[in-house]
Write a protein that binds this ligand. Structure first.
Ligand code: BDR
Ligand code: CA
Length: 352
């Protein structure tokens, strides 16, 4: 397997591209030497765990964040955009462009946002009601257009990482279907193969928030990896872990420790978790890009139903006999201890 294969040439016929997609993800998992730096657009609804993921990416030499695009979800798109701008200021990276995107699902009515999980400000009630640096503004371009322009300008180079509802990705595909051949890969936090849902018996929140968008994303012929609840609920950070971040003297670690108490309260009340534990959702997508050997997975066709009791669920054809749609690389197991070490190492690296 040669590194140039990671570019997934768009001119190949579809079956060849599918075979390459599978070969590439397998090779990345088996051969870390192929894991060259990922240049990402981070599509997000910050969100406490979104913030945790963004800081993780910004601290990782394996990742270059080329832009942040925002979407409704944990809060309104106005709030998630404000939070993205403020987070980049906290991180000392106001140079990274932010483009605001969808404020509602493609077809379904607007959703009830998740203030109960992430706080009234979407950031654990730390009082973010405005953009802290008024000079820091989003681009005058919709997130979907920004995605299209960035991907088409740099064919084969851009990885889309989506950790909120998939509306911006679906809109980008609609604007320019050729982005499917020109992205390097797509990694989402969302969905579930075997784990129970977290917003319905079957559905995970990001997919459920816009199932029509998810159906388009799973139906597109691109190199898609899904970090779903099967792996994100298998890694938990607890009170002791956050105490270590808080005491690190690293502003990133300290910031995570500051925003997380509201999230811990939610996990205690909703799931009955003890020890201040929270699931590691959005950071898992970043962890996969940094070190795919943390995970094992399978390539299965995934269908996202848009109505009925399974609306917003993700059904994987594990027998490989029923669906012919493009295959998604579904992450199924994770080395939790190694992932936690990696995250703590990065978020405490600049301690005093
Ligand atoms: C997902 O839902 C959101 O609340 C989190 O930010 C994460 O992206 C987990 O289901
Ligand atoms: Ca999120």
């Amino acid at each position: 397997m040669r590194a140039w294969l990671l570019r997934l040439p768009g001119h190949l016929p579809i079956p060849a591209r599918r075979a390459l997609t599978e070969a590439v993800t397998l090779a990345r998992m088996q051969s870390p030497s192929l894991n060259r730096k990922s240049t990402i657009l981070f599509d997000t609804d910050p969100g406490i765990d979104d913030a945790m993921a963004l800081l993780f990416a910004l601290r990782s030499p394996e990742i270059e964040v080329a832009g942040v695009t925002t979407v409704f979800g944990n809060s309104s798109v106005e709030a998630t955009t404000r939070n993205a701008l403020n987070l980049l200021d906290v991180a000392g990276r106001p140079d990274i462009p932010v483009a605001a995107g969808a404020g509602r699902p493609l077809i379904n009515p607007p959703i009830e946002t998740a203030e109960i999980v992430h706080g009234a400000d979407g950031m654990g009630n730390i009082g973010w009601t405005q953009v802290n640096n008024p000079a820091h503004r989003p681009l005058q371009i919709h997130a979907a257009q920004f995605i299209v322009e960035t991907v088409m300008r740099r064919p084969g180079e851009i990885t889309l990482v989506a950790v909120g509802p998939l509306t911006n990705l679906a809109l980008a595909l609609q604007l320019e279907p050729r982005i499917a051949q020109h992205v390097r890969e797509v990694v989402i936090m969302g969905g579930s193969v075997l784990a129970m849902g977290n917003v319905s018996p079957l559905a995970e929140a990001n997919v459920h928030s816009d199932p029509h968008a998810a159906a388009r994303v799973f139906g597109a012929d691109w190199a898609l990896t899904m970090a779903g609840l099967d792996v994100t609920q298998a890694v938990q950070m607890d009170a002791q872990y956050f105490a270590r971040l808080a005491a690190s003297g690293d502003p990133f670690g300290e910031f995570v420790a500051r925003i997380v108490p509201f999230y811990q309260d939610f996990h205690r009340a909703w799931y009955g978790y003890t020890n201040g534990a929270v699931d590691t959702h959005d950071p898992s997508a970043i962890a996969y890009l940094i070190d795919p050997t943390l995970f094992t997975g399978h390539h299965w066709s995934v269908v996202a139903p848009t109505d009925g009791p399974a609306a917003g669920a993700t059904i994987a054809d594990r027998r490989g006999k029923f669906y012919t749609t493009p295959k998604t690389h579904c992450l199924m197991t994770v080395d939790a201890a190694r992932l936690l070490d990696l995250y703590a190492e990065r978020l405490t690296a600049q301690g005093r």
